[in-house]
Design a protein. Structure first.
Ligand code: DX5
Ligand code: ZN
Length: 208
């Protein structure tokens, strides 16, 4: 299981702390991008992001936005490994998938806790990653929604050629429930203490 670290909950010295985080033993840097419309909070704009991040680790962009095309155009410039957008946006999903592919970037499709796996089955052959939200998108530090485990099981049973990522409420306890996923997004658990030690503790839990 790979770790994608979210810096959403870092409060102070963001740039320095992101720099430190990306030197730790993580696999991806997870960028939580919110527009104040799709979710009520708003995060950084692209110029701020360009100033804040570095490229020590591959980027995993999670767009919680309504105007998806505008953000894809902006974030493709960072050459991320994945751009993930939400199934719940009011757009033609297949068109958005193809739009991201044109930039030669891997496509992720995210689903909120109330969205059923059945709804996204038609898109699975065309995407690289499915992001199962295990909290309502919008903020860090929330509690893991236990039903997410059933969604992971359902996805595993489909045996498709896509990665499974989970996002929200992952910590030293909940990580044991999700051993089947390919990528776990971990935010406040890591950034609420000594990053290096927290990452080590979660990896020990995964690999024993
Ligand atoms: C929530 C974000 C998550 C979140 C993860 O909307 O998509 O990436 O920051 O943070 P924790 O691990 O604190 O739930
Ligand atoms: Zn996220």
């Amino acid at each position: 299981m790979k770790i994608s670290a979210s810096f959403l909950s870092i409060k102070d010295n963001l740039k320095e702390n992101i720099n430190y985080l990306t030197k730790c033993d993580i696999d991806y840097l997870h960028l939580d991008i919110m527009d104040g419309i799709f979710v009520k909070n708003k995060t950084w704009d692209i110029l701020e992001i360009k100033n804040l991040i570095n490229y020590n680790k591959p980027l995993d962009v999670h767009l919680m936005v309504s105007d998806v095309y505008k953000y894809i155009d902006e974030y493709q410039e960072l050459k991320p490994e994945f751009i993930t957008f939400h199934y719940e946006v009011d757009l033609d999903i297949m068109e958005v998938i193809n739009y991201i592919k044109k930039y030669n970037i891997k496509v992720g499709l995210a689903i909120k806790p109330n969205t059923k796996i059945n709804e996204i089955i038609p898109y699975l052959p065309f995407i690289d990653l499915i992001l199962v939200m295990s909290v309502e998108p919008g903020e860090g530090g929330q509690q893991f929604i236990i039903d997410s485990i059933n969604k992971i099981k359902e996805l595993k049973e489909l045996k498709g050629d896509f990665l499974i990522e989970i996002d929200g409420g992952i910590n030293i306890d909940t990580v044991s429930l999700i051993s089947d996923v390919d990528i776990a997004v971990v935010g406040s658990y890591i950034t609420s203490g000594n990053y290096e030690e927290k990452i080590k503790s979660i990896k020990e839990k995964i690999y024993g």
